[in-house]
Design a protein around this ligand. Structure first.
Ligand code: NAP
Length: 314
């Protein structure tokens, strides 16, 4: 296989430099370069591009592009802004990423379950008061999304002793998990959930999904962890549910605007934990090895792993 030029596209130069180095090490037989260094002649020859949250319009400068590999699991911006080309899009499916997300889900579920926000409040008040203990087995964690990340999170929550319910588009069978599917069954999951964990992709069907009517179906005192995308939650409806005590706490890793603007209400809200989109960063070395294997397989027999369904948006 002759060496070809494979550009890497990201939103900033430092990210690009680190990824180019990791990908070049994993794929020494190809030439991995920053998109910004491509000549006009090279752009016309590019057939594969690797991206991490790029400016989607840049891909339109590659007339021979055949497919794109994302090193991010979430690809909604690429789908929305890449223009009319329908090249296949492979997103990152990395067991290491799923393990990292499962760890984050367990960590923040335990934070809420063991009432750390309430004890922090009590400490600030100088209040020495044990709160009633609830066992993990008495609590249901409701997972929105049972894909690569949701299924891994379910396993770690079950191992920690929680009851786990999950919701997906199509019906699933996962040992130990009460599975619900489709819009009609979402209320059944919400009604029995103590901690709701969002691991859905952002699509036309999930945008603004968690509005007042959904959040109010959670039992009083329930909490929310959003590790998926900010636009799945209607911020003002969440704020109202926290303000009137219907929800006790929200752990938010993702926002409609990132970085979260300094004036955003979430920073100061006593019932919100703000995280800087850090719940499951891609592991560069493991992701580069996965991308390299995908490209080698493609060069060997022309096959690609499952690609993103453009109609569904994930
Ligand atoms: P995935 O494997 O594609 O799984 C998506 C899950 O959501 C599937 O179970 C799918 O149902 C379900 N789903 C999609 N649309 C639905 C709908 N309309 N109604 C009900 N269920 C629906 O995705 P993943 O790899 O687990 O990643 C999920 C998301 O996590 C990504 O899209 C990304 O936005 C986010 N993420 C965040 C971070 C972070 O650091 N915060 C890191 C990585 C990823 P089916 O199983 O029936 O298809």
């Amino acid at each position: 296989m002759p060496t070809s030029v494979i550009p890497f596209l990201a939103s900033d130069a430092a990210t690009t430099a680190n990824w180019v180095a990791a990908l070049q090490a994993a794929l020494p037989e190809q030439r991995i370069v920053a998109f910004s260094t491509l000549s006009e002649t090279e752009k016309k020859a590019v057939r594969i591009a690797i991206v991490a949250n790029p400016e989607p319009a840049q891909l339109q400068q590659l007339p021979q592009l055949q497919w794109v590999h994302s090193v991010w699991a979430g690809v909604e911006r690429l789908l929305q802004e890449a223009g009319p080309q329908a090249w296949p899009l492979v997103r990152l499916l990395d067991p290491q990423l799923a393990a990292t997300m499962a760890e984050a889900v367990l960590a923040w579920t335990l934070y809420l379950h063991r009432e750390m926000p309430a004890y922090a409040r009590q400490q600030r008040q100088g209040l020495w008061q044990a709160r009633p203990y609830r066992s993990a087995g008495s609590q249901t964690i409701g997972l929105l999304g049972l894909g690569a990340l949701g299924a891994a999170a379910a396993r770690s929550l079950l191992a920690a002793g929680f009851k786990v319910a999950g919701w997906s588009r199509e019906t699933k069978q996962i040992s130990g998990v009460r599975c619900f599917a489709g819009a009609a069954e979402l209320p059944l999951l919400l009604a029995q959930t103590n901690i709701l964990v969002c691991l859905l992709p952002l699509t036309a069907a999930t945008r603004d999904l968690l509005d007042a009517s959904m959040l109010r179906q959670l039992p009083t005192g329930a909490s929310l962890i959003n590790f998926a995308r900010g636009a799945i939650v209607v911020d003002q409806d969440l704020r109202a549910a926290l303000d009137d005590g219907h929800l006790s706490h929200a752990v938010l890793d993702v926002f409609r605007s990132e970085p979260l603007p300094a004036e955003a209400w979430q920073w100061q809200h006593p019932a919100v934990s703000v995280l800087p989109h850090c719940s499951a960063p891609t592991d560069r070395a493991s992701a580069a090895a996965i991308v390299a294997a995908t490209i080698r397989q493609y060069h060997a027999d022309g096959s690609l792993p499952a690609t993103v369904d453009r109609a569904l948006g994930y």
